[in-house]
Design a protein around this ligand. Structure first.
Ligand SMILES: [Zn+2]
Length: 294
């Protein structure tokens, strides 16, 4: 159930903020000292005095939600609806009656605070890429409008406004990763596969040449299917998990048509976060979403 009460009461929203933010105890955001005392309030937020640096702060200080005239409950609703239901920012602008620009900036700020995924690969690992049509939104007003939407499969590059997005499916851990890159080349691929639990890693790919160097490397046991030859599955060897995860990633991006290529990373981190909270009930999901950014 949607945690609706939190979205109508500013006090509840403030309580949740404090609960999530200080989950490991209150500390001073400026000097990180834990010797703090309660010191009145600021609007609905608890205020504190740091006995170490003698400065005050409140529950909101230093978070992605500070310095905003918009009620916290509205921001909570915005990030919840965005992560949970993939609501477009245009729609949110109508729902919470805050201008698109303000929502865009705050959601970007929230997304930038999300942790980067850190793969610890167990293997076998499927790796594949997709290419998203993403240019430099909002900086091309003088030109005729570009065709929007996401492209079909093909090899592209960041410079051509078709940045590669790598998909990793670790069959050992069950984890999936969606990682935008500047290029689909050997060094990028090596970097993506660098963090692993064992010395050698079994890797399943398609026939794309950029994966060929893995064949000559003792650290990898690479097996592949050649899609061009109509071969999609050879026993365990396939990249179907990546393919289906890739199509989910594409549909995640589609309400945000024309995502700028320099914003792909935050948008895809949001996709990653959505998967993590997918099975949680509303209140827990909201908490988990906030925890990643606070
Ligand atoms: Zn301090």
């Amino acid at each position: 159930m949607i945690p609706i009460k939190t979205f109508v009461s500013e006090r509840r929203a403030a309580n949740l903020l404090a609960q999530v933010r200080w989950r490991n105890g209150v500390y001073c955001p400026r000097c990180r000292a834990e010797s703090v005392i309660r010191y009145g309030s600021y609007r609905v937020f608890q205020r504190y005095l740091c006995k170490n640096c003698d400065r005050t702060f409140n529950d909101q200080t230093g978070t992605v939600f500070e310095h905003s005239k918009v009620a916290l409950r509205k921001w909570f609703f915005a990030v919840y609806a965005y992560i949970r239901f993939n609501t477009s920012l245009r729609q949110l602008d109508v729902e919470i009656d805050v201008s698109y620009k303000t929502i865009y900036r705050r959601v970007q700020r929230f997304l930038r605070a999300l942790d980067a995924p850190r793969p610890q690969l167990e293997g076998p690992v499927e790796i594949d890429e997709l290419y998203v049509k993403a240019g430099l939104k909002g900086r091309e007003r003088d030109r005729p409008s570009r065709s929007r939407g996401l492209s079909t499969r093909g090899r592209g590059s960041y410079d051509q406004d078709k940045p590669p997005v790598f998909l990793l499916a670790d069959r050992g851990s069950g984890d999936r990763y969606v990682l935008p890159a500047k290029a689909a080349d050997e060094s990028t691929i090596r970097l993506l596969l660098a963090d692993r639990k064992k010395e050698s890693l079994t890797v399943y790919t398609d026939g794309f040449r950029a994966y060929d160097p893995l064949d000559e490397d003792d650290e990898f046991d690479r097996e592949y299917v050649v899609h061009g030859d109509g071969e999609y599955v050879d026993g365990d060897v396939h990249v179907n998990t990546c393919e289906s995860h890739g199509s989910l990633a594409r549909s995640w991006l589609s309400p945000h048509r024309g995502v700028s290529k320099d914003k792909l990373t935050p948008y895809l981190r949001a996709f990653q976060l959505r998967r993590r909270v997918y099975r949680k009930p509303g209140k827990e999901a909201l908490k988990a979403i906030l925890e990643t950014a606070l």
